[in-house]
Structure formats: structure tokens, C-alpha cells
Design a binder for this molecule. Structure first.
Ligand code: NAP
Length: 237
């Protein structure tokens, strides 16, 4: 049974990914930080499967190190934890910037660094990083978010180069607009406008992302590495 750790899986895309992996026979570690109630309720929902919960603020190196010491080796790492913030560029404070980069980018660095020695030893691993279409094309009033997500793309490509010979693939998913708590600041009118701009005329769901993650974690994707898979209804091509 392969073991997967999904960071930030108390809610949204991460929670849906945990559900899908659990139902597909993986041993799943749900990571959460602030939403303990949601994480424990997901654990209860999935009690018939092999699922565990582990708390860690993945923006902090020491907490990531402690989390990995409790897990004892994973086959698949999904770097999904992330935050968003909408602000004019000139209003972004040092704290906003540092919080964004540590939550969205350094978190992936810390988790990859902890996960890789085990993956290298067993000559198998899958790392799937969740970026964003705004990391591909840039989002207005989301410069720090876009920079963090573009950083995820750079990390993915460089690490894929380095780990190819070790049997480890590193890929990235760049979701489009997905209905979760993260986009709850958008009005119904905003969603309608975004849907109109999307070639499939639809808004994405966490399940759309989860099943792309499941594919990239599977043996069917063994010849795919260093790629950015846009799951966005064609919003960005
Ligand atoms: P969400 O509903 O706001 O959930 C975010 C998750 O990340 C929560 O489970 C949260 O856990 C966790 N998290 C945040 N900071 C963390 C930290 N420091 N340590 C551990 N966990 C942390 O967001 P989502 O929409 O599912 O987004 C998931 C990922 O997809 C993010 O990386 C996001 O940037 C990306 N994405 C989303 C969209 C979209 O439209 N929704 C589009 C493109 C990319 P706690 O609540 O337990 O702290």
C-alpha cells in the first residue's frame, strides 16, 4: 500500500484529494494546521479507510521536520497547503510577503527536503505541487501570491531534473478557478463572469484537481516529470 501525505488537507482541494486517495487504496496522511475540527471530521468520514491526521504549520521548517519524524517515509507527497490574499502591490507589507512565500513556497521546499531521502532510498517517489494559473500568467492584485506560485513551478522543474535518475517524478498542477473557501470572497456575479470567460463554460471543483493529482501519483504517469498541468477549463492555455 503506498503512503501519501497531502499538506493542507483539512479543507478544500486537499480534503477532496485525501478522500479520493483513501477510496483508491492509499494509506493517507491528512495534514492540517488551524482547522483541527475539519481535519478530525474528515478522519471520521474516512474511518473505514487507512487515514491518519497530523498537525503541522508547514510554513515552519521545524514543524515540518517533526511531522515527518511521526510519519516514517512517504511514497507520494502532495504540496497543496496554501493561502491567498488580494491586495494592491503597493499595500503589500513585509509580513504579507513573508507569510505568502513561507506558506506557499517554503512549505514545499521543507516538505520535499524531508520526503526525498526516503524516496531516493527506495528509488520511487511522486511529488505533486499545487501551483495556480496565476503562477503561469500573473494575477493583478495578487503579486505575492503569483510570485509564490511561479516559484512552485521553478522548484518543480529544477527538482524534476535533479531527481529523474532516482525514480522520482516531480510535477505541478496549476488549477484555474475552483470553488473552495479560498474563493469564497468572490460573488455569484464574479463566478458567472469567470465562467463566461472559460472555454468549458464551467467553474472547477476540488474533485477536478483531486483526480489530476491521483493520475500524477499513479504508475500511469511514470514518463511525465517536470510538467505543469493546467486544470482550468482552458482559461489559460
Ligand atoms: P482552502 O480551501 O483555503 O484550503 C487551504 C488549506 O491549506 C487548508 O486545509 C489549510 O489548513 C491549509 N493550510 C494553509 N496554510 C497552511 C499551513 N501553513 N500549514 C498547513 N496547512 C495550511 O484552499 P484551496 O482552494 O483548497 O487551495 C488549495 C491549494 O490550491 C492552495 O495551494 C491554493 O493556492 C491552490 N489553488 C486554489 C485555487 C482555487 O481557486 N481555489 C486556484 C489555484 C490554486 P488549515 O485550515 O488547517 O490551516
Amino acid at each position: 500500500m503506498r503512503t501519501v501525505l497531502i499538506t493542507g488537507s483539512s479543507r478544500g482541494i486537499g480534503a477532496e484529494t485525501a478522500r479520493l486517495f483513501a477510496k483508491n487504496g492509499y494509506n493517507v496522511y491528512i495534514n492540517y494546521n488551524k482547522s483541527e475540527k475539519a481535519a478530525l471530521s474528515l478522519l471520521d468520514e474516512l474511518k473505514d479507510f487507512s487515514v491518519h491526521a497530523v498537525r503541522a504549520d508547514v510554513s515552519k521548517s521545524a514543524e515540518v521536520e517533526k511531522m515527518f519524524s511521526e510519519i516514517h517515509g512517504i511514497d507520494i507527497l502532495v504540496n497543496n497547503a496554501g493561502i491567498a490574499q488580494t491586495k494592491l502591490f503597493t499595500d503589500i507589507t513585509d509580513d504579507d510577503w513573508n507569510n505568502m512565500i513561507s506558506s506557499n513556497l517554503s512549505s514545499a521546499f521543507y516538505c520535499c527536503r524531508e520526503a526525498l531521502p526516503y524516496m531516493i532510498r527506495q528509488h520511487f517517489g511522486r511529488i505533486i505541487n499545487i501551483s495556480s494559473m496565476w503562477g503561469q500568467v500573473g494575477g493583478s492584485c495578487e503579486v505575492h501570491y503569483s510570485a509564490s506560485k511561479a516559484g512552485i513551478i521553478g522548484l518543480t522543474k529544477a527538482l524534476a531534473m535533479e531527481e529523474g535518475l532516482s525514480g522520482i517524478t516531480v510535477n505541478c498542477i496549476a488549477p484555474g478557478v475552483i470553488k473552495t473557501d479560498m474563493t469564497s470572497n468572490l460573488s455569484e456575479d464574479d463566478f458567472t463572469a469567470l465562467q463566461d470567460e472559460t472555454p468549458t463554460n464551467s467553474i472547477g471543483t476540488p474533485f477536478d484537481i483531486a483526480r489530476a493529482v491521483l493520475f500524477l501519483a499513479s504508475d500511469d504517469s511514470s514518463f511525465i516529470t517536470g510538467q505543469v498541468l493546467g486544470v482550468n477549463g482552458g482559461f489559460v492555455m
